[in-house]
Design a protein around this ligand. Structure first.
Ligand code: ADP
Ligand code: MG
Length: 682
């Protein structure tokens, strides 16, 4: 078994499992070794059942009242039922088609039962509890069991086994970092860290493994960006770009005036474009701060100066949306500037027509997804390249786009709130501008956290908003039903909602597994108000702008990082009307509620991310990631800020002594591997 062998070379992984693993992006042995758990199951201390625990996973210790009874359900399923007493409190237990469990119990002995506590018809109840003897429970309680991302038909047990078997047959290479770094930081070997990340024996061990992997990811990320900078530092700016009265006139004709922050960013960009050197600038602006119009204005100056420019968006939906805005704006300005669009799902003939537009117009504005870089397309005279929602792209993709032209100016736009110091590390010598202020017409979004019992009220509210001609997003964590969690999924939810509202509203469904063309169509229908309620996964998190939508309802809100919730909330409140964010938190315990309550207190993305981190105990660090920045598998720039700083220092030291890594051949080759392995997050 080699690292690059396909997963079906693992014993016990057949054709069916291979297909399912492929669906999760796991193709090779290396992929599966680096397919890290999403969280860990830690069996809790036993507790006494109580109302606060309803909805949570708990363990209870008790004695069966009498031996379990077996009966058949209406659909011929065997049901095993028993009642257990925890001191004076009784809990009903049921199992389906699991009659063998009956023989587990010795009379008069205590057992531990693990499962989700429910309250039903005046009784506590647990369905399908896992049963342990006391001795066995003491043992499992110490372990952290990996929980993986799954897809329908793939069980957690199967993945766990496959990962274990892969480790038996294959070893990751150690020593990818220079020896002095390994020893200075007393790192555990890489391969051991990866194994431990899957199967930690203690929490401390897991933390160490995580830090090590995070360090390594960030080390190579920073190393790459520093090398890139070396290549582009101080290139002379031979473009002749100036600002034009037409741009000024267009700004004056907009239905709104730009905020001071927007104006100051625009003036930063203009001096970059006219400066002596080719520039690189990061524009940070919280969701809804109005970055798109700034991109357009910059590209307008470039077009009026007779050059081409391109903007790359991470999803087709977003690229399409930019295309619509840009074509509208150009039309309103009365200028004759062609706009071209390239996305993966376009027909060949459409792409040809667009390419012709580009070839024939030296002042063309180009918009696209990563289709801009992945299809061998050539653009002659790019003077400016903009990456929107930059964190969704790998470094390499950003660089590839710049390579299309003749060293164009570069702007990256990001809604990820990163403190300046971290931004300087991650973006090296890029200049940073920020848009802090939101447009003046915005009413603050009203946010609430509600429990399952309020669902009917929430739906009534949704109806009322639709009656006012507004639109609604409802976000679910999953695409389809899953065997390991009870979280809402888009597919079933959409059906249920149609029934609930008796087909009164037009309801659309959107998720990442749909074909791009389907996604575009749904998004377009939503933008055109042919859809009232859009039930979606977090694919709408990135950049989408439908100002008529006023409600963002998020199911199982506790399963999302606050940074992601903040991004989702930013999809509403984009017009003049009052907007609302409803966080549905059915199974909340107090700590989860505290976390969500941060969303009530602030609209500031950075503050939210920081508070979130403060509130989490070490045990919560794993489940939810702050946000999917920079395509890291493990690292998180907030949680691992210390490692980030360390890595930056180490990289700078190496680069200073050896700017082109001539004395570090191993590092060079690992870096190349690292770059090809970078995956594209969508
Ligand atoms: P983001 O920064 O999240 O990318 P967008 O560029 O999508 O935000 O802008 C959100 C909405 O705000 C758009 O409908 C845009 O036209 C509008 N907008 C942008 N600037 C202003 C402004 N200064 N005043 C009012 N509305 C604005
Ligand atoms: Mg945007």
């Amino acid at each position: 078994m080699e690292l690059l062998s396909p997963v079906d070379t693992i014993k016990g992984v057949g054709e069916k499992t291979t297909k399912l693993l492929n669906k999760l992006g796991v193709y090779t042995i290396e992929d599966i070794l680096l397919f890290f758990p999403r969280t860990y199951l830690i069996y809790p201390e036993t507790t006494k059942p109580n109302n606060d625990a309803v909805g949570s996973l708990i363990s209870i210790e008790g004695r069966l009242k009498s031996s379990p009874r077996v009966f058949k359900s209406r659909n011929r399923m065997d049901i095993l039922s028993a009642t257990v007493y925890v001191e004076d409190i009784s809990v009903d237990l049921v199992w389906f088609n699991s009659n063998y469990i009956k023989n587990t119990f010795e009379p008069g002995k205590n057992y531990i039962f693990y499962g989700r506590l429910m309250y039903d018809g005046g009784h506590y109840k647990i369905s399908q509890p896992v049963v342990f003897t006391k001795e066995k429970y003491e043992e499992v309680k110490k372990q952290l069991l990996p929980i993986y991302h799954l897809t329908k038909g793939l069980s957690n047990n199967l993945v766990t086994k496959a990962v274990k078997t892969a480790f038996e047959g294959c070893k990751l290479s150690d020593g990818r970092l220079p020896d002095e770094i390994e020893s200075r930081n007393s790192f555990i070997p890489y391969s051991k860290a990866v194994y431990t990340y899957h199967f930690p024996e203690s929490y401390d061990e897991l933390l160490k493994a995580r830090k090590r992997i995070a360090y390594e990811e960030m080390f190579f990320f920073i190393l790459n960006s520093r090398l890139q900078e070396n290549n582009v530092a101080s290139l002379p700016n031979d473009f002749c770009i100036s600002h034009h009265n037409e741009t000024e006139d267009f700004m004056a004709s907009l239905p709104f005036s730009l905020t001071n922050d927007q104006l100051s960013v625009l003036s930063d960009i203009r001096s970059d474009l006219m400066g002596d050197y080719i520039s690189q600038r990061l524009i940070q602006g919280d969701v809804g701060s109005g970055k798109t119009i700034i991109a357009f204005l910059a590209m307008l100056d470039v077009a009026l100066s007779g050059y081409q420019s391109a903007i790359m968006a991470p999803t087709e939906v977003l690229a399409k949306q930019h295309y619509l805005s840009f074509t509208n704006w150009v039309k309103e300005s009365g200028l004759d500037i062609p706009v071209a669009l390239f996305t993966g799902s376009m027909k060949v003939s459409e792409k040809k027509a667009m390419q012709k537009l580009v070839d024939e117009n030296p002042n063309c504005m180009i918009i696209g997804t990563h289709a801009l870089i992945s299809e061998g397309r050539e653009f002659g005279d790019l003077a400016l390249v903009i990456t929107d929602e930059q964190h969704r792209f790998g470094v390499q993709q950003r660089d590839k786009l710049s390579n299309k032209g003749n060293n164009p100016h570069i702007i990256v736009m990001s809604a990820t709130p990163i403190p300046r110091t971290l931004a300087m590390i991650l973006y090296g010598n890029m200049h940073v501008s920020a848009i802090k202020e939101l447009p003046a017409n915005r009413l603050p979004i009203k946010t609430c956290v509600i429990k399952e019992s309020m669902r009917a009220t929430a739906y009534k509210f949704v109806s009322d908003e639709i009656a006012k001609n507004h639109q609604v997003y409802i976000i679910c964590p999953l695409v389809e039903a899953s065997e390991t969690t009870e979280a809402q999924n888009v597919t079933d939810y959409g059906k249920k909602l149609k029934e609930y509202f008796k087909e009164q509203y037009s309801i659309g469904i959107l998720h990442g597994k749909m074909k791009p063309a389907e996604k575009n169509q749904i998004m377009e229908q939503f933008a055109n108000h042919e859809i009232d309620i859009l039930v979606s996964t977090t694919v709408v998190e990135v950049g989408v702008n439908v100002p008529n939508a006023t409600v963002m309802m998020i199911e199982n809100a506790d399963r999302f990082g606050l940074a992601a919730l903040h991004q989702l909330r930013g999809r509403v409140g984009r017009g003049d009307a009052q907007s609302y964010c409803i966080l549905m938190n059915g199974n909340a315990n107090d700590k989860q509620s505290d976390r969500l309550n941060i969303m009530l207190k602030s609209n500031d993305g950075f503050l939210i991310a920081r508070e979130d981190l403060k509130l989490r105990g070490p045990g919560d660090m794993f489940g939810v990631r702050q946000s999917g920045e920079f395509s890291f598998r493990v690292a998180d720039i907030y949680q691992d800020a210390d490692e980030l700083e360390m890595a930056a220092k180490d990289v700078d030291e190496i680069i200073k002594a050896d700017p082109y890594l001539e004395n570090h051949p191993k590092l060079r080759s690992t870096l190349n591997l690292f770059l090809t392995n970078q995956f594209y997050v969508l």
